[in-house]
Design a binder for this molecule. Structure first.
Ligand code: KG4
Ligand code: ZN
Length: 343
């Protein structure tokens, strides 16, 4: 097969990203460029992403970012074989900007349009980085999503569990806000936890032992808030201990839920090739270590993308587009932008 070069565009949240990816050796992808501009500074003052600000920031930088991604990849729009874009789920203003840009490029340069589900792109990232074969068990954990999924093929996913309230990343973000830490909260909570005592606070482990692989995190967050209010004003060691105790509880819950999902996996997809963690929360070292140990115990390998590919990026969108183009799954210009798009 001739080498395909795909341009990927990501604007669903607070990262504007563009990348060029091609097929490398061993069924892996090869990233030719991967440009990401984070809007963290624009949103930090509000303690979360402000949709209107995000959309305006995407408009300001996207065209330049695409030009840079093409240039760094040593290519031009003419040589590109497909334009992939995250068409959702996400903040609709941002999604529309990425999608309209991709449609325009597709129309003008006469290239196939590949409308990618942002979650699917996270889910397929271990194939980009490691050439991982189907089927695998995926823990997809980000600011907006928490899912355990049997990934059987491109477009062939069976959801084994989800959260009934907060997403894991969202819980980290809310805890950070509550403790006066910066945004995004995950990395801050993890940093604080490194100097904290995980046993100081006996926080609940919601859903532990349940037969369905679902999550619930709001009770844990509330328990932490009660402890924090009891201690006001918080000393810096209190903050570190609260973060360590919270993170330890999340790790216990994740390991337990994955255990249940592994059991369910056999019934829907047979034997997994690996346990995979993806999405922004997969950057968390404690969660990665616990999952690696758990996979090892049952003789599975553990795969998680390198840190820059855990969070939102254009390379994962380009790769998902490449996988779709190979299967002939091309979209036309009527494809809608979707704020919600289960996968
Ligand atoms: O996938 P992502 O970049 O964006 C989407 O939500 O789609 O994930 C961002 C989320 C945020 O909630 C952030 O706090 C969380 O991932 N996160 C972490 C860590 N790094 C990022 N959570 C826990 N520990 C981390 N080290
Ligand atoms: Zn994401």
């Amino acid at each position: 097969m001739t080498l395909m070069k795909i341009l990927g565009i990501e604007t669903t949240c607070d990262e504007t990203a563009a990348a060029v990816v091609t097929l490398g050796e061993g069924e892996r992808g090869q990233i030719l460029s991967n440009e990401v501009l984070s809007q963290i500074a624009e949103h930090a003052a509000y303690g979360g992403v402000v949709p209107e600000i995000a959309a305006r920031a995407h408009v300001e930088v996207l065209d330049r970012l695409i030009a840079r991604a093409l240039q760094r990849a040593g290519t031009t729009l003419k040589e590109i074989d497909g334009i992939a874009v995250a068409a959702g789920p996400g903040l609709i203003g941002g999604v529309l900007i990425g999608l309209v840009t991709a449609k325009t490029l597709s129309l003008v340069a006469r290239k196939p349009l590949l409308a990618v589900n942002h979650l699917e792109a996270h889910a397929l990232t271990p194939r980009l980085t490691d050439g991982l074969a189907f089927p695998y068990l995926l823990l997809l954990a980000s600011g907006g999503h928490t899912q355990l999924v049997a990934v059987k093929g491109v477009g062939d996913y069976v959801r084994l569990g989800t959260t009934i309230d907060d997403a894991i990343g969202e819980a980290f973000d809310k805890v950070a806000k509550l403790l006066g830490l910066g945004y995004p909260g995950g990395p801050e909570v993890e940093r604080q936890a490194q100097s904290g005592n995980p046993e100081r606070f006996a926080l609940p482990r919601p859903m532990l032992g349940r037969r369905q692989a679902d999550f619930s995190l709001s009770g844990l967050k509330t328990a932490l808030r009660i402890e924090a209010e009891r201690l006001e004003p918080l000393a810096s060691q209190d903050v570190a201990d609260l973060c360590a105790s919270f993170q330890a509880a999340v790790v216990d819950v994740v390991v337990d839920r994955v255990r249940v999902a592994l059991r369910a996996f056999a019934g829907v997809a047979g034997h997994p090739t690996a346990l995979v963690a993806a999405g922004g929360v997969a950057a968390n070292g404690a969660i990665r270590r616990a999952l690696a140990a758990q996979a090892g115990e049952v003789g599975l390998s553990f795969v998680a993308p390198p840190l820059p590919l855990c969070g939102d990026n254009g390379a994962m969108i380009a790769w998902a587009g490449l996988e779709r183009l190979r299967l002939g799954l091309v979209d036309d210009l009527t494809v809608p932008a979707r704020a919600r798009w289960p996968f």
